[in-house]
Structure formats: structure tokens, C-alpha cells
Design a protein around this ligand. Structure first.
Ligand SMILES: [Zn+2]
Ligand SMILES: [Zn+2]
Length: 346
């Protein structure tokens, strides 16, 4: 089968590989019908994910059809349409039992697919702990509607869940890339009084205004003054930092009101500075990133009812044979690209 492979730093290639087989009784083999490209794939490509293993198939956000299951798989059967979770987790250790599945203590726990073991930018993928890692797609929900469930939507949904959002809150979301937009969609489910999105790119700001006209939109330069003006207590009650730069980290705590919650959803490339003397007295609560992706059944239900819709985020489609071109487009952020769907069947 064809599989997009991490050969070495700066080099991904579409290669022929044998179809994956069951290794453990809790595994399932999934025929991938749609996969997407994530910014984390680019991090692997550029060498900023040291634990990524050369030779593996990349891709950790996909949907497909179960082909084969091990003897100890109980929740899915061959023929089921499923979403694949970015995280591998056992469901039994201390962290899994408390919902902190990102910190599962299994050797394959956490982000393994498309990083430490073969992922889903391929025709088939082996999913360990299939009872935990696969969720059945409800009838009436398309592959495209479900595509982001296992990774960026899981992240946005988790961020909104831990964000302490109350009905009278002003929520500031910094960054309107795919994860920022999924954070926005999930935040709106909590019905806060106001949502403000701060985004550098004019085309992404326009996307937010067009699709979510109730959301206030601002660029980073005006952000602090704008938030002060459009909030009730001198700053945002909740800040979601989804951009991941030194500037946006600073902006996040500066725009927060005293006693606010700041959720750091972003994955930073470098350490950030906490200027504690300047912050003294602000009494902020920081929650640091690393999605616990265990709400996929719930988000699939919300998609089925129409409460969540990520389809507008999937702006481009490519057959797997043109994956190099798809990566170039995704990385360039040209042509209003947000998410790219790859079709391994073509
Ligand atoms: Zn990802
Ligand atoms: Zn576990």
C-alpha cells in the first residue's frame, strides 16, 4: 500500500509498504477513507519532534472503515465507519481512569500514531487499543464531517471544557488556525456572553466574521485595548492561547483580567517567560496544553445533532498520490487553506 513516510528531517515521501497486520488482540486495522494534514506533521518534518521515529508513516487525524479486529476488541466490528483518536490509551491506568488519557502510562500511550508508530496518511492503519482509540461515526454523519474529531476538534473541545467558561464570561481566543477555530466552535457551545478572536491573518479574520458573525474579531496590535473595551472587568475572563508564539503568550496573560483562567492550548517551540514581578497580584490560573482526547463520542453526537460543524474548515481535498502538493499548500497557508483532506482511495 502507499504510505506517506517520514524518511529524515525535511524529507517525507510516498512509499510502498506492506499492509499493516494485527499485532495485539486489542488492535484493529482500519482502511483510511480520509486523512488530514496537521501542523504537528510539519513539526515532525522540520525536526522539532525529537521522539518521532524515522521510517514511520505520518498522519494522526483520519477516519475510515474497520477491516479487521483482534479477539479482544469489543466496541467496533469490521465494516464500522470510525474516527481514529490521535492518542493511544489503555483505559485502565490511573491517568486513563481519571480522564487524563494524554498521560496514559502504557509504552504506546499519548501521541504515538504517526509519530512513534505508523499513522494514517496511508491506505491502512493499525490502531492499538481499538476499544479506546476508535469511535463509531453515527449514520447520517459524513467522513468529512467527522474528519477532525480525533485531533484538532478533540483539542478545541477539551480546551473549552477545562476553560471554566461561565454564561457571563468574555472569552478571548488567540489564533484562528484550525485548532483555534475548533476551540471557537467548542467555546460557543458553553454560550459565554462574548467571544473575541485575535488573529494576525486578514483572510482568517474574514473567515471568522463570515461564518460566525456574533464573534468579535481583532488583530494582535489592537487586541489588548479592544479586549479592555469589550469586557466587563478590565480584561477577558477566560483566555485560550492557540497561536504558540512568544508574542501571543505575552498577549494572553496581558489581556486576562485579574483571577482569570488562561488555557495554553498551543504547542510552543521554545520556553516562554513568566514575568512574575509584573504579574504579581493578578492571581491568574494557567492551564497548560496536551489534549485529553476522550470526548470523541460526545463530539460525534454534537456533530450529528448539528451543534458542531467543522466542514467549513476543510477547505481543500487531494488524492493521496498528490500529497506532496497538499503539504506545500498547507504549509504556505495560501489560497485561504485551513485543513486539507487526503483521499487514500484515489
Ligand atoms: Zn495534530
Ligand atoms: Zn492508560
Amino acid at each position: 500500500m502507499r504510505a506517506y513516510t517520514y524518511v529524515e528531517r525535511e524529507r517525507f515521501e510516498l512509499r510502498d509498504k506492506p499492509r499493516p497486520a494485527l499485532v495485539d488482540a486489542r488492535d484493529a486495522i482500519v482502511r483510511v477513507t480520509l486523512a488530514s494534514i496537521c501542523t504537528s506533521d510539519l513539526h515532525i518534518k522540520h525536526g522539532s519532534v525529537p521522539r518521532a521515529v524515522p521510517g514511520i508513516t505520518v498522519g494522526h487525524e483520519m477516519v475510515g472503515v474497520v477491516e479487521e479486529t483482534g479477539a479482544d476488541v469489543h466496541t467496533v466490528r469490521p465494516g464500522d465507519r470510525v474516527t481514529v483518536n490521535v492518542e493511544t490509551f489503555c483505559g485502565e491506568c490511573f491517568f486513563c481512569r481519571h480522564g487524563y488519557v494524554n498521560n496514559c502510562t502504557d509504552p504506546n500511550g499519548g501521541w504515538a500514531l504517526g509519530c512513534r508508530i505508523d499513522g494514517g496518511q496511508a491506505e491502512y492503519v493499525r490502531v492499538p487499543y481499538a476499544d479506546q482509540g476508535l469511535d463509531r461515526i453515527p449514520d447520517g454523519v459524513s467522513d468529512e464531517q467527522a474528519l477532525l474529531v480525533g485531533d484538532v476538534l478533540a483539542t478545541g473541545y477539551w480546551a473549552a471544557r477545562i476553560g471554566d467558561i461561565t454564561p457571563d464570561a468574555t472569552v478571548l481566543i488567540i489564533g484562528a488556525g484550525p485548532t483555534g477555530l475548533c476551540t471557537l466552535l467548542s467555546t460557543r457551545l458553553h454560550r459565554p456572553r462574548r467571544v473575541i478572536v485575535c488573529e494576525r491573518s486578514a483572510s482568517r479574520r474574514r473567515f471568522v466574521s463570515e461564518h460566525y458573525p456574533d464573534v468579535l474579531v481583532v488583530g494582535p496590535e489592537e487586541c489588548e485595548a479592544f479586549v479592555r473595551c469589550h469586557s466587563d472587568h478590565g480584561g477577558a475572563d477566560v483566555v485560550m492561547e492557540v497561536a504558540g508564539t512568544a508574542d501571543t503568550f505575552r498577549l494572553a496573560w496581558q489581556c486576562a483580567r485579574p483571577n482569570a483562567t488562561v488555557v495554553l492550548v498551543a504547542l510552543y517551540d521554545e520556553p516562554q517567560v513568566l514575568p512574575l514581578p509584573q504579574m504579581y497580584g493578578k492571581n491568574l490560573t494557567f492551564k497548560t496544553g496536551g489534549v485529553d482526547g476522550c470526548d470523541c463520542a460526545e463530539t460525534l453526537h454534537l456533530i450529528a445533532t448539528g451543534a458542531l460543524d467543522t466542514v467549513p474548515l476543510v477547505t481543500h481535498r487531494f488524492p493521496l498520490s498528490r500529497v506532496d502538493e497538499a503539504y506545500r499548500l498547507f504549509e504556505s497557508q495560501a489560497d485561504g487553506v485551513l485543513k486539507v483532506a487526503l483521499e487514500p482511495g484515489r
